[in-house]
Design a protein around this ligand. Structure first.
Ligand SMILES: [Zn+2]
Ligand SMILES: [Zn+2]
Length: 584
């Protein structure tokens, strides 16, 4: 078995062990087992506890029982039984439902027994749990509610989650990472730092940015925009609503409508939608003029707001929103230009990831062979585009893995998966080779020989959604933005009133150099002012007292490296400008 299979067999086995422990403590004439699979970080079991209330405080005793019975779990007995035997053995309505389903599918009904505990199961266990599973590599995590089969019309069951890893070190590391993530929750940090808010009047999933938050968001977009502008991208601007006919032509109406907001006009029966992405609009800017091979490539960028109708239960701070913008670009080019355009896009992505210190790998997202109906366009062209994408990644020495079924409905994708400071993975950048949209919109250019051809459309994003990127950066930096991204970069703090004049001079000097500075000359104590700078995670502060006024210098203190001592005004400015420029 591969390593991941061994781990998932272990997690699956532990779900059985959890069920057995629950049975010993609560007795199966009172509680009913339902389903218990292995998951990403461990396992769970959904259990109907009847009248019994089970809470997090009960986990310890269940966990202790698991540790106690594990040594008796030396090997498995496996049995195939018929439907009647199964229904007699598992006297509960949940298992009966499962048994009937298995029988209806014409599959074998099998049970697995270990340590005297039997469950309905298809197999896939750790063969000798007692000797192969170390008790310190798993623990119970928490209790949650879950509807039987995820359907809210059904009864609410109790779900007990457990964590399980290869060994104690990996389990401890995971728990530590979770604790750290809770401390860094972007919703908490966003509030503490005053960056964004939500309002019931406005609606869920619709973030409102304060001046500070709006500034960080703009800095992020401006950074990407500056790189794009160097690379010959041109900003366009497109409205946030469009007629259904646009989305019918692009295919979004058929393939994506469930995720789109419908807009109703008072004056016409025409269907309108808020746009979920910029691609269809950009095709119409391309189509607005006659194009020749000499005009290509045309690179369009657009930071317009986009809207997606996410399920209310899925919304989560800035991580999952209904309104957002993307650094969404479209390159219209000839087939001969595709390689160079994508190489340049990949290089740009690499640069941005280095700035943020993210490790990353790519996913080659291709069609799901089982569901050809999910994709538009000619399968032969898809084959070509998929192979091409793979070749480009190989040529660029990019580490990638296959993501079968992860393509969009119009193109295969090279998707970048970044790892943040907490070791969490996020899908950020994407590059897509699209033959479908240019054909559906009948986009053309005149080639050298006078023939009319469809351009290739390359879809490309670097940071993806600004909202999601802001969330990732907030958590990854734990709110300690680097100097270039900090809403307030430095605070000037005079010790007493007689230092105000010199403090004001330093403040003005910094301002003149476009450094975002605040002067804290309120008549309050120094300790409180410094504490306030620290709480707001301001990268630097400058305390002005007698010594500084006398020397005509400043004492610089850093959030990350403590007191940096006295430096001249010139040194101060050049240090700041250099740090902002290099984005360190
Ligand atoms: Zn099993
Ligand atoms: Zn696009």
């Amino acid at each position: 078995m591969e390593k991941v299979d061994i781990l998932s067999a272990k997690r699956h086995t532990l779900a059985h062990l959890l069920a057995a422990a629950v049975g010993e403590i609560y007795k199966f004439d009172k509680v009913k087992l339902t389903l218990g699979p292995a998951i990403d970080n461990g396992f769970y079991y959904d259990i109907d506890f009847g009248d019994e209330k089970v809470a997090d405080s009960d986990l310890k005793k269940i966990e202790d029982r698991m540790y106690k019975i594990l040594p008796k779990w030396t090997e498995w007995q496996h049995k195939e039984i018929n439907k009647e035997e199964a229904l007699t053995f598992f006297k509960n309505e949940y298992k009966a439902e499962l048994i009937n389903e298995i029988a209806n599918r014409g599959e074998k009904i099998t049970t697995y027994t270990c340590g005297g505990f039997t469950d309905l199961c298809r197999g896939g266990h750790t063969e000798h749990p007692a000797s192969e599973i170390s008790p310190d590599s798993f623990k119970l995590d928490r209790v949650a509610g879950a509807y039987w089969r995820g359907d809210e019309k059904n009864k609410m069951l109790t779900r007990i989650y457990g964590l399980a890893f290869e060994n104690k070190e990996e389990l401890d590391a995971y728990i530590l990472q979770q604790e750290e993530a809770r401390k860094r929750d972007h919703r908490k940090l966003g509030k503490e730092l005053g960056l964004f808010t939500f309002s019931d009047y406005v609606g869920s999933g619709l973030p409102l940015y304060t001046p500070r938050g709006a500034l960080v968001r703009r800095l992020l977009n401006d950074y990407v925009e500056s790189l794009q502008s160097e690379e010959g991208y041109m900003q366009v601007w497109t409205p946030q609503i469009a007629k259904a006919s646009l989305f019918k032509q692009s295919g979004h109406y058929d393939k994506y409508k469930e995720d789109m907001f419908r807009v109703v006009s008072n004056y016409s029966d025409e269907e309108f939608y808020l746009k979920p992405m910029n691609c269809p609009q950009h095709t119409q800017i391309y189509a607005s003029e006659k194009r020749s091979y000499r005009d290509l490539p045309i690179r369009m960028t657009d930071f317009a707001m986009l809207y997606r109708d996410e399920q209310p239960g899925q919304l989560n701070g800035l991580a999952r929103v209904r309104s957002f913008s993307q650094d969404d670009c479209h390159i219209f080019c000839t087939e001969e230009q595709v390689d160079e355009e994508i190489d340049r896009a990949l290089a740009m992505i690499k640069k941005v990831m280095q700035t943020f210190g993210f490790k990353y790998k790519y996913r080659l997202s291709t069609r799901d062979p089982e569901h050809p109906e999910k994709y538009l366009g000619d399968p032969a062209t898809w084959d070509k585009a998929e192979k091409w994408a793979e070749k480009i990644m190989k040529r660029n020495n990019i580490e990638y893995f296959e993501g079968v079924g992860e393509a969009s409905f119009y193109a295969p994708k090279m998707d970048l998966i970044a790892t943040d400071a907490l070791g969490r993975e996020w899908q950020l950048s994407t590059v897509q080779i699209d033959y479908v949209q240019p054909e559906r919109f009948d986009l053309e250019y005149t080639d050298k020989d006078g023939s009319r051809k469809h351009p290739v459309m390359i879809h490309r994003a670097i940071i993806g959604s600004s909202e999601r990127m802001l969330m990732i950066l907030l958590e990854s930096y734990a709110g300690n933005f680097p100097l270039w991204l900090s809403p307030v970069q430095v605070k000037v703090i005079p010790v007493r009133e007689n230092h105000n004049e010199y403090a004001k001079e330093i403040f003005t000097l910094l301002k003149e150099n476009n450094i975002r500075v605040e002067l804290d000359d309120a008549d309050s104590n120094l300790g409180g002012k410094v504490r306030d700078a620290k709480n707001n995670k301001i990268p630097y502060w400058i305390v002005i007292g007698d010594k500084e006024v006398e020397a005509g210098k400043v004492t610089l203190e850093s959030r990350d490296s403590g007191n940096l001592g006295q430096i001249s005004k010139e040194e101060l400015i050049s240090k700041f400008l250099e740090e902002i420029k290099t984005k360190k």
